[in-house]
Design a protein around this ligand. Structure first.
Ligand code: PMP
Length: 436
């Protein structure tokens, strides 16, 4: 007992735990890739809110308090993809503010639930509208700010966002690498991370290379701003903190490579990272492969894969987008694996009953069956629809309309006795329509 220190090792509040995140060597990845340099990850998951965004959230609120634009009991409104929201919610909880967050429907549902868990209010807006549409999340945030007389941190324009990284992330990396860092790689969204950190590191040593990782399609790497799936990074406009003069390189990375890299890092290193972390690591690996033994490449991991379990880490979701390598089998190989017992073509005519179709599918162990108007030869054949034996019935384009609910008549129109089947409790649990 006597050699214990007198000083209590208790942080004054959770806010004191923001920043000073660890740097860890990506050891297994470096071995597997045969890297000569040191490749290390800045673990922003170690922040109390689990992301790099705790830093700007704290800086923006403290600065607003200093300027008198945020007063006790005030409200904060911000359009955010989630992580900034968590940071703001944490700081708001400590300092007694109300938070309203505006998000797009592209964001993973876990992120919405997470913000609500911190006591914040969340408004979800459609992603597929231009920024000036009244429904866009930018417009909705503006309206709510006015109506609630709220403080809007506006991370896309607020100089305290990059400043937070200039004051903390940059100095930490300089100290943690003993001033030997040679490359810094990070994804760019608001550009707060890359610009703030880059500004500090370039000031300490102008030859440190600052490299932004960018989703293919985003404007930072010359894209049109077309949609992509990685969350939190890339833009369709240039935010205030975009500072191309600081950047030595912008590396575009596809959704597929970002997600597969996130899964790989999680499995190979035991570090669960999200899609934008995967994007940054994919770019960092490109950089690291060109580097020598004296180089120290630092990649910043902005958040954890926990927020993406229903997407990046869900095999069904990944397979839907064709991202799973396990699906890269030739169709011929799949058919080959079924053996030679399968007849060359199985089909039903529209006047056959669903019962007959199902029994053909069951007998042959298949889940889809074309519905053909006549008999072979098939040159002029029109396949009118397919029956999906995986407990679903797929109807042709004419029957399809977005959001339309199935009525028994839809089935009967096709000559199926679907209504009767449903009445008898047939075992369809999904009926879908093939779009044109
Ligand atoms: N990754 C994720 C998951 C993010 O939420 C963000 C913030 N938008 C970033 C990366 C990029 O950080 P910054 O906004 O500082 O450019």
């Amino acid at each position: 007992m006597t050699d214990l220190p007198d000083r209590l090792e208790i942080a004054d509040s959770v806010l004191d735990l923001i920043g000073n995140t660890p740097l860890v060597r990506l050891k297994r990845l470096s071995e597997l890739e045969g890297l000569a340099c040191t490749l290390a990850m800045k673990m922003e998951t170690a922040n109390p809110g689990g992301s790099a965004k705790d830093r700007p959230a704290l800086e923006m609120i403290l600065s607003a308090e200093r300027q008198g634009v945020l007063r006790p009991g005030g409200t904060i409104v911000e359009p955010t993809s989630g992580n900034t929201g968590v940071g703001l919610a944490i700081v708001a909880a400590q300092r007694g503010y109300r938070c309203v967050f505006v998000m797009t429907d592209k964001v993973a549902p876990e992120k919405v639930a997470l913000l609500r868990a911190y006591g914040a209010e969340v408004v979800v807006c459609p992603v597929a509208v231009p920024p000036d549409d009244p429904q866009s999340y930018y417009s909705v945030a503006e309206r709510l700010t006015r109506e609630l007389a709220a403080f809007r941190p506006n991370q896309y324009a607020n100089p305290d966002n990059p400043l937070a990284h200039e004051l903390t992330t940059g100095p930490e990396l300089w100290r943690q690498t003993g001033g030997r860092i040679t490359h810094f790689v990070a994804g760019a969204g608001t550009c707060g991370t890359i610009t703030g950190t880059g500004r500090y590191l370039k000031r300490m040593n102008p030859s440190v290379r600052i490299i932004a990782a960018d989703p293919e399609g985003s404007v930072f790497s010359g894209g049109s701003g077309r949609p992509y799936l990685v969350e939190g990074v890339g833009e369709d406009f240039f935010p205030a903190a975009w500072a191309p003069d600081l950047l030595d390189e912008v590396i575009p990375v596809s959704d597929e490579e970002s997600f597969l890299t996130a899964r790989r890092v999680s499995r190979d290193e035991g570090i669960l990272i999200g899609g934008s972390g995967g994007l940054a690591v994919a770019a960092a690996l490109q950089v690291a492969k060109r580097c020598g033994p004296d180089d120290i490449v630092v990649v910043l991991n902005p958040d954890s894969g926990r927020g993406y379990l229903s997407r990046v880490f869900d095999d069904g979701w990944m397979a839907n987008f064709g991202f799973l390598k396990e699906c890269d089998l030739c169709v011929g190989a799949v058919l080959g694996a079924r053996g030679s017992a399968l007849p060359p073509l199985l089909y039903v005519n529209p006047d056959q009953t669903v019962r007959e179709a199902i029994s053909i599918m069951r007998a042959n162990g298949i889940s889809q069956l074309p519905v053909c108007k006549n008999d072979p030869p098939f040159a002029a054949l029109r396949i009118t629809s397919t029956l999906d034996g995986g407990n679903s019935l797929v109807l042709p384009p004419r029957a399809w309309a977005p959001g339309r609910r199935l009525r028994a008549a839809d089935g009967e129109q096709r000559g199926f006795v679907l209504g009767k089947l449903l009445q008898r409790g047939a075992d369809f649990d999904r009926v879908s329509f093939e779009p044109d």
